[in-house]
Design a binder for this molecule. Structure first.
Ligand code: ADP
Length: 454
């Protein structure tokens, strides 16, 4: 078996928070088109829940709209034109996504350089369908219809090293394409199993769900139906081991049924796979019934069986890198370490939190407004490198304070960072005073307290 591809998902930043002020600039003089040099840019179109329009009709309306308007392309929202009543009636939002890695020097792409790939989707509002395990207590798996309302915005909220999410997306997209085209697995070997491992709270589970959601949108033409089945490996190894074997069988029987429908794209997320290794080890040392080994083996055998299906991707996570069952590691095609957030990622995570507090009016700037824009990390660094920096602007001043807060948060996980603004607010002496600068001061103190409790 070929060695798994290693990529490191050390958190840093992507352009999730990129300023989008220039995105809709009108370009007046189009240079001659160079068809062969065009960059494929994804344009995601979310339909309103009430819309009953046909996907193809909306797609062509958006394509025509994009052709008519001389847009420059940068990741971010594209306004729905108010004079297009069909789009206004049916479309909730249009967004250019995940372009940054393709663009050298992060330049803005002009419309003639771009071939837009328009993906139209409607979010499912059904919510998870839960299955209880044998003991009737623990839920052994959840099932979602994708794209699901619950996962909307999750991909954008996860902040990692530049281009990292795109690499994962491209990997999965290539795997699906190879399957679809019927590439002979004896000649070219690839799996559809992804393993994300690293410390707790670094966003692995969320990244798996967000990836499944993204792929369900990107591949909706080929696979009009898409499901995510989330299995908690830990719950499969409950103390009722004799039940566990049956649970695995029942679970995979259900997955097999889904996979047999060839228009279905199925994602199976197995969380905390380290519990497989733990169960096997415990069984070998005699401290657990040997049933557990049978359950692990049953799970691996079932996964191997699924490998022949081309419309399934197995996503797995583990919090303990060393303890993952070797049999499992061998099966994963892509094995990615997801590390704690770097300074840049911490800055961008906290920046998105602050913007949200401003948007909702929990914080407001000195003029009482909520339109304060904090600089993104790259722009702030640029400003800090200038020989004479105009520090009088509240934007620059606050952004510098935010950087201090991000520095103070070293060692905190992404999960802890996203909780920090809430804890800070609860710690304010007077929560009615919503000055962002004071808030950041308290946030630095709160982060020190949080770190001391690690
Ligand atoms: P894990 O599976 O690694 O334990 P989770 O997926 O449960 O982590 O992460 C919990 C939450 O922490 C996420 O939903 C997200 O809000 C936040 N989070 C973690 N890492 C990041 C990150 N790199 N960027 C943004 N948010 C993050």
């Amino acid at each position: 078996m070929s060695a798994p591809m290693e990529i490191s998902l050390q958190s840093a930043t992507d352009n999730c928070g990129a300023d989008t002020s220039e995105q809709n600039g009108i370009v007046s003089e189009p240079p001659p088109p160079l068809a062969e040099d065009k960059v494929l840019v994804s344009v995601e179109v979310c339909l309103k829940p009430s819309s009953t329009a046909r996907i193809e009709d909306v797609r062509s309306a958006v394509e025509i709209m994009l052709e008519k308007r001389s847009l420059s392309y940068i990741d971010g929202p594209v306004p729905v034109p108010l004079d297009d009543s069909f789009l206004v009636e049916n479309v909730q939002r249009i967004c250019v996504c995940d372009t940054d890695e393709w663009v050298e020097n992060h330049d803005i792409l002009l419309f003639w350089q771009v071939k837009p790939g328009v993906h139209v989707f409607q979010l499912s509002e059904e919510g998870p369908c839960e299955e209880l395990s044998g003991d009737g207590q623990l839920s052994s798996f959840n099932e979602w219809i994708l794209p699901a309302k619950e996962f909307d915005g999750m991909w954008e909220s996860l902040i990692y090293e530049s281009g990292l999410k795109q690499r994962l997306l491209r990997y999965a997209a290539s795997a699906l394409l190879f399957s679809e085209k019927g590439v002979d697995p004896f000649l070219i070997s690839w799996n559809r199993i992804i393993l994300l491992h690293g410390p707790p709270g670094t966003g692995k589970t969320s990244l798996c769900k967000a990836l499944a959601q993204k792929l369900s949108i990107r591949f909706s033409s080929r696979y009009p139906q898409c499901q995510l089945v989330e299995v908690n490996a830990h719950s499969l190894f409950s103390k009722w081991f004799s039940e566990s074997g049956k649970l695995v069988a029942k679970l995979f029987q259900k997955i097999q049924e889904m996979v047999e429908e060839e228009n279905n794209l199925v994602f199976v997320l197995i969380d905390e796979v380290e519990s497989l290794a733990a169960a096997r080890k415990a069984a070998l040392s005699g401290s657990e019934p040997s049933d557990s080994i049978r359950v692990v083996n049953a799970l691996l055998t079932q996964m191997d069986k699924l490998k022949s299906a081309t419309n399934v991707i197995i996503l797995t996570t583990s919090n303990i890198t060393a303890a993952i069952d070797i049999a499992f590691v061998d099966r994963a095609d892509i094995k990615a370490y997801v590390g704690p957030p770097t300074l840049q990622a911490r800055y961008e995570i906290l920046r998105s939190c602050l913007q949200e507090l401003l948007r909702t009016g929990i914080l407001s700037n000195s003029q009482g407004g909520n339109h304060l824009i904090l600089l993104n990390y790259a722009s702030l660094k640029e400003k800090l490198n200038m020989p004479v920096m105009q520090d009088s602007q509240s934007t620059v001043h606050l952004s510098k304070q935010l950087l201090e807060a991000a520095e103070a948060c070293e060692g905190l996980s992404g999960r802890a960072l996203r909780k920090l603004p809430f804890l800070t607010h609860a710690a304010l002496a007077n929560p009615c005073i919503c000055d962002p600068s004071k808030f950041l001061g308290t946030m630095i103190d709160t982060s020190r307290r949080e770190r001391s409790e690690l």
